[in-house]
Design a protein around this ligand. Structure first.
Ligand code: ADP
Ligand code: MG
Length: 263
């Protein structure tokens, strides 16, 4: 099904955003050690990551290189062993679970590989959920949910449950859900990893439009070089460290990096 193609409306963008000079994400010297003694694994070993507001960054690297660990830490799902991390100027390394939960609810959106929609809720209710959890049940939020469903091309599917939607449609609902609270950053962990190539392309174009039209900041992990070309920058991880960075990535540049990495 073709995308609606319509630009994301001004009323969706009317945000009192954070200071543009403050990066959306800033991490310094991140390290993460799992386990104890001989069974210790250093999943991250001194990672610096700075993502400007309105930037789209892809993270690539071989299996086990630390991509998910990095995303979980900058996504406030997990604490680093050492190093500092902040989203929109709010530092949260060392924060407790309650503070992390609050930060996620107010400032961070997620798009997962397996959509993670609630099966008993309609598409519109799924989009509303983060706003409800954040205590925003006003009419403006309802209008925004309807408008975001329109933007992702599912205005006529608002009352459908996930089981009544294709995988690509479910992921479009998940993208709308990630945008509802106007988060400082949206994190994607293989957001196209479970989709066919046509649906993947639609989701990537949708994410790109959120960046270009809304000024949304997005950081996504992907294995797919073609998906990564949609980013402004690709950060490559190997053995828990940054092994390279590609600005304005082309498919050839990405493939070259991945070849070097596997040599
Ligand atoms: N909860 C955990 N407990 C122990 N080791 C872990 C845990 N999570 C990840 N690891 C290890 O950390 C390393 C990085 O994992 P991960 O971040 O999942 O890599 P990637 O997402 O790039 O495949 C791997 O060696 C993995 O086995
Ligand atoms: Mg992973």
């Amino acid at each position: 099904m073709p995308m609606s193609g319509r630009r994301i409306g001004r009323s969706v963008t009317s945000m009192s955003g954070p200071d543009p000079d403050i990066p959306a994400v800033e991490a310094r010297g991140l390290a993460k050690v799992f386990g104890e003694g001989g069974a210790q694994v250093r999943a991250l070993d001194g990672v610096d990551l700075r993502v400007a507001r309105g930037e789209m960054v892809a993270i690539m690297g071989p299996s086990g290189s630390g991509k998910s660990t990095l995303l979980h830490i900058v996504g406030a799902l997990e604490a680093p062993t050492s190093g500092t991390v902040s989203v929109a100027g709010r530092r949260y390394d060392g924060a407790d679970d309650k503070a992390l939960t609050h930060l996620r609810g107010q400032h961070i959106g997620f798009v997962f590989q397996f959509f993670n929609l609630l099966g008993s809720l309609s598409a519109e209710e799924n989009v509303m959920l983060p706003a409800l959890i954040a205590g925003r049940t006003d009419g403006a939020m309802r209008r925004r949910a309807a408008e975001l469903l329109d933007v992702v091309g599912l205005g006529d599917r608002a009352a459908h449950t996930p089981a009544e939607l294709s995988g690509g449609q479910q992921q479009r609902v998940a993208v709308a859900r990630a945008l509802i609270t106007r988060p400082a950053v949206v994190f994607g962990d293989e957001p196209t990893g479970n989709l066919d190539s046509v649906s993947s392309r639609e989701i990537l174009e949708l994410m790109r439009r959120a960046v270009d039209d809304l000024g949304q900041t997005i950081v996504m992990v992907t294995h797919d070089p073609s998906a990564a070309t949609i980013a402004d920058r690709v950060v490559f991880l190997a053995d828990g460290r940054i092994s390279g960075v590609e600005e304005r990535p082309t498919i050839d540049a990405i493939l070259d990096r991945l070849r070097v990495g596997s040599a």
